[in-house]
Design a protein around this ligand. Sequence first.
Ligand code: ZN
Length: 252
Amino acid sequence: MFNIETGRQADEENGKRIDYMKKEYEKKQSKYIKKLIDKIESCTMYEPCRSMACAQCQTARRLKYLVMWRQYFQDNKNYKLVTLIFYRDIISTKDLRTWTPDLLKERLRKILSRIGFNRPITGGFDMDYHRYTHAPKESHWMPHFHLLIPNEPKKLEKLRAYMLKDNNLYVRKGRINRPMRIDDIDNILPVLSYCVKGFWQEIPWFVNEEGKLKKVNRKRRIKNKSVFVKSLLALDRLSESQLNFNMNVQKI
Ligand SMILES: [Zn+2]
């Protein structure tokens, strides 16, 4: 979960992305797909394309981020890795075309400052594709954040209370929502890298023999090629600063 990929792996990943996009282009002839294929194919170390759908440029984003934050977290160890899931803000694949995380980020910033966090908070925005294998039309995207937040227990409890409010919970039969997860940080570099992973994956759901809704625990590459290509087009529309989340950074 915490791997930092190498330049070669990113190259291989781009190769796969281009293959998927070419196949999709054969079917749909979309000029947006063609544009993105050309953009990623012409990306080089000397002239990066800077697309957030490009595996090479995502690797560059992570390295830049690690360099920016490494020293700060070596000097300031009392932090937690906090995952915040916004169940009420799920998005359909169709809406992915125009959606941006800007409003959600603004809301999050307001909550965190209202709670009184005044030390630096950093991390990134991320999405999972929840694929309902038993009801494909109900498949959706779940926006969430991976953040490094100061370990201030009272404030973290206030944040949990906010996340647990009814208006953030999304009802799924037989499932308990866990909108906030707190993890300890053992090794800061892979955690920093994880926060700005920038690769949207899928979580398959199914109904088991007893009729219960279950999910597969390991995230994986989005299986449906057309949905995968749509996720690349959505990432391409976003900028590095839209995907990163930083707050109170003037204090570092
Ligand atoms: Zn690139």
